[in-house]
Ligand binder design. Structure first.
Ligand code: ADP
Ligand code: MG
Length: 724
């Protein structure tokens, strides 16, 4: 099939597709968490004693006794079978960023050969998948394959329905036989524990008598693109690398800003409702949905939850988006930059910490200057961002996210923190040793009788900041759409733990100096904290060239690529941070660096090979065919005594040659396999390979605007973004 035929067929199929039936949304009360083994279901199924033990584990993180585990397992199995599941699976989160599962049947045969179902506490608690094919960054040699999955009772089990049946899914950690973490969940749980321990110390020093266990919370906003699957299937780059490696801009892009918050296209709305229904059944509180800035771009955000549960739910949201898209004839693109020249996708990670006795410690209340706990926790975050900015950059580093950070659509690759005028004002006072009231938001009165006046927020939003205070939480805005939220949450919890430990030490000394005057002690600790860390506070335009200069002056690191950022995982301060808090050992941290570096190198290698392949087998044939058409046309015309303009032919010739030259250079670069170390290999990918890929692209995109549309083999940006 020629280029145009396959593309025309795709358009034909899209225009003639049977629309998915519009289902009336089911009442929430009928579907909410029906596929989750909730605490309420446990209460119904367990003895009073077992239920109490289970509840205590959930609240305090204390281990479960074996008898209760047996009882929970039996109840879980009965419930799962009643929902049609014959299999169970420990679901875990290896370092690839994906979710992994190994299914086991409930079935066993008894002595008489009869099949019965069984699920014991020990099966619930521990699984033993062969872990040798999961990346472990040198923690284990391949023949030492033993890895364990262990049940995380703090994240509820659920039923996953697919076309081939139902499976009981049990959220789990994944560790090596030697006890090292091979996954993302283990350090998240540890980071939460470290943060809790440090926060307890500070709150006790502040005179709080009752302090319940602190937990971190997360609400993640997920951006994504939807394009018709008929187009996606014609693009090997989208299928294999998740982004378009070639593509001339559409005559109309996002310049009208007419997509942002616009009416959701009907076909997309049907898709969204389907997604939401599945999420509600899984107990995931999907709350907002809207069109995003770029054409074809959308967002979904659940209501925030405990970080550990939110992280598991985030993975389920990504899986549900992708699977449901397929069902609706869409491809859901989670890549950070599927299309050049229009906005990419991020995942804003909203994060706060709190407990049932003190509430949200990042909530300033109406009078922030009087809320000493808030000021200490907020100060702790400022210190964290300052001391561990490069770590925060490293945990969001990926080949995909490199395309966003630093482009003028996403926060820059420099980590700073935005506080908003009111909170920044309070900290300015603190630097002078005072704690005075500053501007509040006030009332928004439009002077229109029909609009009810409302309270204004105390600070505006700053969309250019990678890390912004947004009223009662911090929003880490530089996270990539395709990434697990776990890395950022681990980094934030751990840096907070470190800062709170520092504060506890300083506060103890200060309280002695001030003879127990808490306010004075807090001011003096925070004054010192700000003196040392104020460089990270920035409220201006993060996109501006001045900021890049200013940041450098302030000693903040700008780390444009993954190759620049990832090595900070091995930085001595970062090692000390993770070791002292017990979140990751040196070996575990080192292994993470190895795995992420390898993933970066592999993703770029896949893209580079695709560029070569597509240029040679799709673009070159199309361009030369057209050239031959033009040559024939010119010859025939000249026989008739007509001279036709041959500039296009000349251009095509020039661009084909340019493209093939660049392809040859790229092939040579791909073949290079000797590097001093992984760092050097990553730099080669970031600087050389990426540059050569861009060079090929420049010629291909120039060809796309000259070659006859009916010969062009790839669906265009205009087709993919605007035809639904
Ligand atoms: P916006 O796009 O205006 O920033 P959204 O409503 O799309 O806001 O998303 C904000 C996210 O922040 C939601 O997931 C919300 O539940 C979450 N969130 C709100 N309060 C907190 C909090 N205290 N801690 C963590 N996340 C929060
Ligand atoms: Mg937001």
């Amino acid at each position: 099939m020629s280029g145009s035929e396959s593309r025309e067929q795709a358009v034909f199929q899209i225009t003639n597709r049977e629309p998915m039936p519009v289902k009336k949304p089911k009442p929430l009360s009928k579907i909410w968490a029906t596929d989750v083994f909730t605490l309420t279901k446990m209460e119904e199924a367990l003895s009073k004693k077992a239920y109490k033990a289970m509840k205590k584990t959930l609240e305090t993180g204390e281990p479960l006794d074996p008898a209760t585990a047996d009882a929970v397992a039996a109840a879980m199995k009965d419930w799962a079978i009643s929902k049609g599941a014959n299999y169970f699976s420990h679901v875990f989160y290896p370092l690839t960023g994906a979710s992994a599962e190994k299914h086991d049947g409930f079935i066993v045969s008894d002595a008489s050969g009869k099949a019965i179902t069984e699920f014991t506490g020990s099966l619930l608690i521990k699984g033993e998948p062969d872990g040798s094919s999961f990346p472990n960054g040198g923690i284990r040699v391949t023949n030492a394959a033993r890895g364990y999955t262990a049940w995380d009772p703090t994240s509820p089990a659920y039923i996953m329905h697919t076309e081939n049946g139902a499976t009981l899914c049990i959220p789990s950690v994944f560790i090596s036989w030697t006890g090292e973490s091979l996954d993302k969940k283990t350090p998240l749980l540890r980071s939460n524990a470290a943060m809790n321990e440090a926060a307890q110390k500070v709150l006790k020093l502040m005179g709080e008598e009752e302090v319940s266990t602190l937990n971190s919370s997360c609400g993640a906003e997920q951006e994504y693109f939807l394009i018709d699957a008929n187009f996606a299937n014609l693009r090997p780059d989208l299928i294999l690398s998740g982004r378009t490696l070639f593509g001339a801009p559409s005559a109309k892009g996002q310049e009208f800003d007419d997509h942002y918050f616009g009416a959701i296209p009907p076909r997309v709305q049907v898709f969204m409702q389907d997604v939401e229904e599945q999420l509600y059944r899984l107990g995931i509180p999907a709350k907002t949905r809207h069109n995003e800035v770029a054409p074809g771009q959308f967002e979904i955000a659940p209501y925030f939850e405990a970080a550990n549960v939110a992280a598991d739910h985030q993975q389920l949201i990504m899986t549900t988006l992708k699977n449901t898209a397929k069902k609706h004839g869409f491809a859901c693109l989670l890549h950070e930059k599927p299309f050049a020249g229009i906005n990419g996708s991020g995942k804003h990670v909203n994060w706060s910490v709190g407990n049932s006795t003190q509430g949200n410690l990042l909530d300033p209340g109406k009078t922030p200057h009087e809320n000493l706990n808030f000021l200490l926790f907020c100060g702790a975050v400022i210190r964290g961002v300052h001391k561990f900015g490069p770590l925060l950059r490293a945990v969001i580093a990926s080949a995909g996210n490199d395309h966003r950070l630093g482009a003028n659509e996403a926060p820059p690759a420099i980590l700073s923190v935005y506080l908003g005028s009111q909170i920044e004002g309070v900290f300015e006072q603190i630097k002078k040793g005072k704690l005075d009231d500053v501007d509040e938001g006030g009332i928004m009165d439009l002077g229109l009788s029909q609009i009810i006046p409302f309270a204004k927020d105390a600070g505006d939003r700053n969309r250019t900041s990678p890390f912004a205070f947004t009223g009662n939480r911090f929003e880490f805005r530089a996270v990539g759409s395709n990434q697990s939220v776990t890395g950022p949450l681990i980094a934030m919890n751990t840096m907070l733990a470190d800062s709170l430990n520092w504060i506890a030490g300083e506060l103890t000394k200060a309280l002695k100096r001030t003879k127990g005057d808490t306010t004075k002690a807090v001011i003096s600790v925070l004054k010192k904290l700000m003196k040392e860390n104020e460089a990270a506070v920035f409220g201006g335009d993060g996109y501006s060239a001045e900021w890049h200069k200013e940041a450098k002056k302030r000693g903040l690191k700008e780390l444009p690529t993954t190759a620049d950022a990832l090595p900070y995982l091995k930085d001595k301060d970062v090692k000390k941070l993770f070791k002292s808090t017990g979140v990751l050992s040196d070996v575990e941290l080192e292994s993470r660096f190895e795995v992420y570096a390898e993933q970066y190198i592999l993703s770029i290698a896949v893209e580079a090979r695709l560029v070569v392949d597509m240029a040679k087998t799709k673009i070159y044939p199309a361009a030369t065919r057209y050239l031959s058409d033009l040559a024939l046309a010119a010859a025939s015309a000249s026989e008739m005594g007509i001279n036709i303009d041959n500039n296009i032919a000349k251009n095509i010739g020039k661009n084909v040659n340019g493209m093939m030259k660049a392809v040859a250079k790229l092939e040579k670069a791909i073949a290079k396999d000797k590097f001093k170390n992984v760092e050097a290999h990553m730099q080669f990918c970031a600087k050389d390979i990426r540059k050569l890929m861009d060079e090929v692209r420049k010629f291909v995109d120039a060809l796309e605007v000259d070659v006859a549309s009916d010969l062009w083999p790839l669906p265009s940006y205009q087709e993919m973004l605007f035809i639904k």
